[in-house]
Design a protein around this ligand. Structure first.
Ligand code: SF4
Ligand code: FES
Length: 174
């Protein structure tokens, strides 16, 4: 793999060709908030929390799915990117059971931290809520739809695990 030169927040960075804006930024200690991203498991671009501004691009791009390219200029902290990120989290919260005080994840919750970081304190979007259902058939995953943020982590984790298991089984039987 070769190298590409990019500029993130006015900082020159030598990135690896093919890596994402998020990976290049992290190696340079530039923080981009994420929610659905899970290293080596989920890069679905589902949540849109990691939106960044890229010179020449009309729309904001998700840092976790967009590969770097030579000469790319990125702003992770422009007013437009921060505003879009906040609106995204406000929309997620508009369909969220916000009973943090009685929630198991209180004070250990990525979504709660994002709300604090982005200053999401009010219900800006009111509307219908998804019918709550609670699934705990699996010992590994409990899914409460009143708090589901549609990050797809549970789906991708199961798919990754089952594909690794079938690869291991094929290797065993070879
Ligand atoms: S999952 Fe939702 S209700 Fe629970 S602590 Fe996080 S933001 Fe609050
Ligand atoms: S973290 Fe990039 S789209 Fe969710």
């Amino acid at each position: 793999m070769g190298e590409v030169n990019v500029i993130i927040n006015n900082q020159k960075i030598v990135a690896e060709a093919g890596e994402t804006i998020l990976d290049a930024a992290r190696r340079a200690n530039i923080r981009i908030p994420t929610l659905c991203y899970l290293k080596d498991v989920v890069k679905s671009g589902a949540c849109r929390v990691c939106l960044v501004e890229v010179k020449g691009a009309r729309a904001l791009l998700s840092a976790c799915t967009t590969p770097v390219s030579e000469g790319m200029v990125v702003w992770t902290n422009s007013e437009r990117a921060i505003r879009a990120r906040k609106t995204t989290v406000e929309l997620i919260m508009s369909n969220h059971n916000k009973n943090c005080l009685s929630c198991k994840r209180n004070l250990n919750c990525e979504l709660q931290k994002l709300c604090q970081e982005l200053g999401v304190r009010e219900n800006r979007f009111e509307g219908e809520y998804t019918e709550p259902t609670f699934e705990d058939a699996s010992p590994g995953i409990v899914r409460d739809t009143s708090k589901c943020v549609l990050c797809e982590r549970c789906i991708q984790t199961c798919m990754t695990r089952s594909s690794r298991m079938s690869t291991a089984c094929s290797a065993d039987s070879a």
